[in-house]
Design a protein around this ligand. Structure first.
Ligand code: NAP
Ligand code: MG
Length: 495
């Protein structure tokens, strides 16, 4: 039995057409990245398995699209209810499968609370979907929104159920059916949720195919009968998916990487601002596309701020993910852990000044894991550690006193996902929010998510929006219909 005494199946099959199906070929291992324990065997979907899933989604589409919005809304509420009932157990599963600290799954902003809120939100938003209508001479023009069909969705490992809900809730609300691939590093919770959805949704409306990106993911991308792609993951992969969607002339929503600036003015209350900065770069062990990883710190408060920042960071408990006091836990995989350590070496080589952290820590009974100290470098914005996504608890601190130069540097990145601003001066806040090139900007509270707000990236951080009502536009297309009261004479020459 695993550390949290959660009962898991020894083998998870694919969820296709409302049933659990053995894969054509193989299984892969779901690993606890802290201990190395094999948690379960997961089915690896082949090209043929994906084809079966797409066919099931295609067959289910007309009936699902034909349901009234009230009916689909009720289904989404049932999903939210089922997640609410099971969130404690499912959160523990994600803790074991991803190595993220248990407290994150038990906090107010836990993955499951966000996921449940997504299903509730889209259950309501779909009731308010509206097109357009106006009278025309002897008739009426109607513009209506219709679902796209079968969606192929691919998600990453960092916040598995948040990513799941971002994709599944709006797609279903809008009347689409789908085939979703979770990440090989975090598939168990998706397959456990499949058991809940089996009791709720008609067969074939959702189909979950675990397996690697190179085989299962690629089979989704290459399938000729998919009408829309949605992806969250690296910018590199996002570009490839954009190309594939372009060739097929189907839409793609892409949520990609980030290297977000967190800007601190000299007028802040230092202790509170320090907490924001620490949370901003350390939540999810730094493995979030939204983490504030470039701190632009004003010269006037630099020394005092750094003193408090270092003290706070060094007080964070690094330890066993299942211990609720732990704030920093294991990287999601040994591969990711090595990737973070490589970047720490790059930072040292490019002569950034390491002021705290930088080491892998041994945690008793978790020797397999990569527990990496939160790491702070004094750096410049042009260094690789300030430009490239590390996806770990590593912060570049860049001092500033020239406002225009600071804004230029904050925007000098290929990414544009998020930004934080801390100031007590409204003029600073408004001006800076307007100048920053990012899709999500938080003044005085980092990662301040509000239901219904659009979430997505500027520049290479993505295309399209999720989370808010715009997501329904991403899962529908508009159709215009003109209705004439009677058959008018056309008067075409020769008739
Ligand atoms: P990734 O390598 O791009 O993988 C994301 C997903 O794509 C996984 O399910 C992966 O499968 C799959 N995939 C890989 N190769 C594929 C292929 N050839 N065809 C189809 N699918 C393929 O990213 P990751 O390492 O999992 O996640 C880290 C990255 O995601 C970071 O760059 C981060 O910024 C970004 N991210 C962005 C957001 C956002 O909302 N903007 C949220 C979370 C993460 P397997 O890995 O299972 O093989
Ligand atoms: Mg795992």
């Amino acid at each position: 039995m695993n550390k949290l005494n959660v009962e898991l199946d020894s083998k998870y099959n694919l969820f296709i057409n409302g049933k659990f199906e053995k894969p054509e070929n193989d299984y892969f291992e779901a690993i606890n990245p802290a201990t190395g324990e094999v948690l379960a065997e997961m089915a690896s979907a082949s090209k043929n398995d994906v084809d079966k899933a797409v066919k099931a989604a295609r067959n289910a589409f007309p009936a699902w699209a034909g349901k009234s919005v009230e009916e689909r809304s009720a289904y989404l509420h049932q999903i939210a209810d089922a997640l609410t009932e099971n969130k404690s157990r499912l959160g523990k599963i994600d803790c074991l499968d991803t190595g993220r600290a248990l407290y994150e799954f038990e906090s107010d902003y836990s993955d499951y609370n966000i996921a449940i809120a997504q299903f509730r939100y889209f259950a309501s938003a779909i009731l308010d979907i509206s097109g357009m209508s106006r009278p025309i001479t002897d008739g009426q023009l109607v513009v209506q929104r219709e679902p796209l069909g079968v969606c192929g969705q691919i998600i990453p490992w960092n916040v598995p159920m948040v990513m799941f809900a971002y994709k599944v809730a709006p797609a279903l609300a809008a009347g689409n059916t789908l085939v979703l691939k979770p990440s090989t590093d975090a598939s168990i919770s998706t397959m456990e949720v499949a058991k809940l959805l089996q009791e709720i949704l008609p067969a074939g409306v959702v189909n979950f195919v675990s397996g690697s990106g190179s085989e299962t993911g690629q089979a989704i991308l290459d399938h000729p009968d998919i009408d829309k792609l949605a992806f969250t993951g690296s910018t590199e992969m996002g570009r490839k998916i954009g190309e594939i969607a372009g060739k097929k002339l189907i839409p793609a929503t892409l949520e990609l990487g980030g290297k977000s600036p967190h800007i601190v003015f000299s007028d802040v209350e230092i202790d509170k601002a320090v907490e924001n900065v620490v949370f901003g770069f350390c939540f999810y062990n730094g493995q979030g596309c939204l983490n504030g990883t470039r701190l632009f710190l004003h010269d006037d408060i630099y020394d005092e701020f750094m003193k408090q920042l270092i003290k706070k960071v060094e007080s964070l408990k690094i330890g066993d993910p299942t211990d609720t006091k732990t704030k920093i836990s294991s990287a999601v995989s040994q591969k990711q852990g090595k990737h973070i350590l490589d970047y720490i070496e790059i930072g040292k080589k490019e002569k950034a000044t390491l002021v705290t952290g930088g080491n892998k820590v041994e945690v008793k009974d978790n020797e397999y894991g990569y527990f990496i100290e939160p790491t702070i470098f004094e750096a410049t914005n042009d260094m690789r550690i300030s430009q490239e996504e590390i996806f770990g608890p590593v912060l570049s601190v860049i001092s500033w006193n020239d406002y225009d130069q600071m804004i230029k540097e904050a925007n000098d990145t290929e990414y544009g996902l998020a930004a934080g601003i801390m100031t007590n001066n409204l003029e600073n806040a408004v001006k800076t929010a307007n100048l920053l090139e990012a899709g999500n900007i938080w003044v005085n509270e980092y990662n301040n998510f509000q239901t219904g707000a659009p979430f997505g990236g500027y520049k290479a951080s993505g295309l399209g929006r999720e989370y808010g009502k715009e997501a329904l536009d991403m899962y529908t297309q508009s159709k215009m219909v003109t209705y004439m009261n009677k058959l008018p004479p056309i008067g075409f020459a020769g008739f």
